[in-house]
Structure formats: C-alpha cells, structure tokens
Design a protein around this ligand. Structure first.
Ligand SMILES: [Zn+2]
Length: 313
C-alpha cells in the first residue's frame, strides 16, 4: 500500500499544506496567514488546509502516517517544540503543536527546521538522491545552510547544528547581521541585504540599479548582463561571498555533494558555475572534488521530506 503523509511548510506570510507520498506532492493548499494572530491563531486554518489537501489527493486523513511540520526557526525535533524565532510567529515556542495535531487531526506530528526538511526532500526525490553526506545552501531572502552527515541530519546539542550556514562569517569587518553577528554570508549577499549593499556602493547613483524597484537579484543580474559596471561589481562580490560560505560549509561538514537552491537560483546558469569553480579551487578536499548541484524540487522539497522525517530521519 502506498504510504501517505501530510506536510506543512510555514513561510513568512503563508503555509503550504500538502498531502504527499514518498516522492511527490499529491495536492497542496496555500493558506494565507497575513491576518492571523501569531502561529497559534493560524492553526485552525492550517488544519483546514491539510484536510482540503488530503481530500484533493483522494486520501483520508486517518490513512496518513502523520504530519511533518517545517518551521522557519530553531526547533527541538525530538521534543516537537519551537525554540527560537526570528521576528515571525513569536508565539510559537509557547505552542504544543504535537497536542494540537493529535486533537485537530488525530495524527502524530513531527516538527523540524524547514531547511532540514527541504534537505530530506532533496535526498528523497531530488538532487541529493542516493547521497549520504550532503550540504545544502539556499540563496534567497536570507541564506540557509543545512548539513547531513552519514545519512543523518546534523542537529547538535542545542538543535542548531548545520542550520546556521547563512551566518558563517564571510567578512570579519563587514556589515551587521540580524542575528547579532558581523559580516555573515547573508548580511553580505542576500535579498534583504542587497538594497543596503547597493546604495552604499561607489557610483550607485549613476548606475541603472538606482532606478530599479524592487532592488533584488533579478534587477542586479539583469543590469549586470546589460553591462552596468556597478551591477557587475556587486554581482561578482555576491558570488564571491556565496562561494566563501560554500567553502566554509565544505570545510565544516565534509560533504560529497553541495546542493544549491533558493530564489536566486532562477539565475542558476550564472550562480552555479561560479560557486562550483570556486569550491573546486579553494576547498581543501584531498579525497577529490565536491559535486555541486542545483536543487531539483524548489518549494516542494520540504513537503517531500515529510515521510523521511516521520520515519525518524
Ligand atoms: Zn548572521
């Protein structure tokens, strides 16, 4: 009998609620959470979204093996509790999500950091299939990093091992980060940091970037392609920062494979070779070369990671 599960991937302003099997998203409902009061206020809508997803997939909720819940913050997966949030869903640490799920849906729940869940998905049915030592980097609003060693997600004594790859330091005397650090990879090259970086760049006022709104990586890569010198320089700097982060992750966690995902990978043809060539040149890996691959599942990755998480990954 085909195994099924339900999955929630909580984003900044919405939750993706899905029914999945071991490889695919069978049905997905996007639940908007902008009007909700914290995560607690959103739980009834999320439960409804999961019921609709199950119904859309033609699966009874009771046939599902459980709910995998991906949260954008630090979580204790063993205890099923959120530990720390970053300015979003600040009520989450006080919530009993396991108890909510049992009451609302009659199912067990496993909670995990969303980046870890996405890596489980990529390993289950995407770019990391068959690999057991993998680092994944997501380039977007922030920069995510997550690590699997010997087929096990790296979690650590305080549940934060591996998931702070975006807060590895790329510039010791660099820009302040939202985490309290200085010169973190995401403070030096991410969608939230980009406008500040660009506006402080010499010659910005005369650059095509100055009239771009929003000033995001699509604008940056577009202006760079058109030959704008400031955009070219910032693009090269960001590629260098991401590559430095990638090399640091390789040195920290000894992977055979580095998977790169996130919204910036809409420009994969520019980004992936730049990271791969710098990792090949600068990472100290006498055993061989780390393979660098583009994430295959996009936003579906965390949903497809549901069954491996419920299996105890
Ligand atoms: Zn940081």
């Amino acid at each position: 009998m085909t195994r099924r599960a339900l999955a929630v991937d909580l984003g900044g302003s919405h939750a993706s609620c899905a029914a999945v099997d071991g490889e695919r998203v069978l049905a997905c409902e996007e639940v908007g959470l902008d009007g909700a009061r914290g995560l607690g206020g959103a739980l009834p809508a999320i439960a409804d979204g999961l019921r609709r997803a199950a119904s859309g997939a033609g699966v009874a909720v009771a046939e599902c093996e459980g709910v995998a819940f991906g949260f954008c913050g630090l979580v204790d997966a063993a205890a099923g509790r959120v530990l720390s949030t970053n300015a979003k869903y600040d009520d989450a640490p006080s919530l009993d999500l396991v108890g909510w799920c049992r009451e609302a849906l009659g199912l067990r729940l496993r909670l995990e950091n969303d980046a870890r869940l996405a890596l489980l998905g990529e390993r289950q049915a995407g770019a990391a299939r068959g690999a057991s030592d993998v680092v994944m980097m997501t380039l977007g609003t922030g920069v995510g990093g997550v690590a699997m060693i010997g087929g096990r997600l790296l979690r650590g004594a305080h549940h934060q091992a591996g998931v702070l790859g975006g807060h590895l330091v790329a510039e010791a005397f660099g820009r302040p980060c939202t985490c309290g650090g200085i010169g973190c990879v995401e403070a030096e090259a991410s969608t939230w940091a980009l406008p500040g970086i660009a506006r402080g760049w010499p010659g910005f006022a005369g650059s095509a970037l100055a009239s771009r709104e929003p000033l995001d990586f699509e604008s940056l890569f577009g202006c760079a392609e058109a030959g704008d010198a400031v955009a070219v320089a910032i693009r090269e700097r960001c590629l260098g920062v991401w590559a430095a982060g990638a090399v640091a992750m390789v040195h920290a966690w000894d992977p055979e494979l580095l998977v790169v995902g996130g919204g910036v990978m809409r420009r994969a043809a520019d980004v992936l070779p730049a990271i791969a060539s710098r990792v090949a040149r600068h990472a100290w890996t006498p055993w061989g070369k780390v393979r660098v691959a583009e994430a295959a599942l996009g936003a579906r990755a965390a949903l497809v990671g549901a069954l491996p998480l419920l299996d105890g990954a």
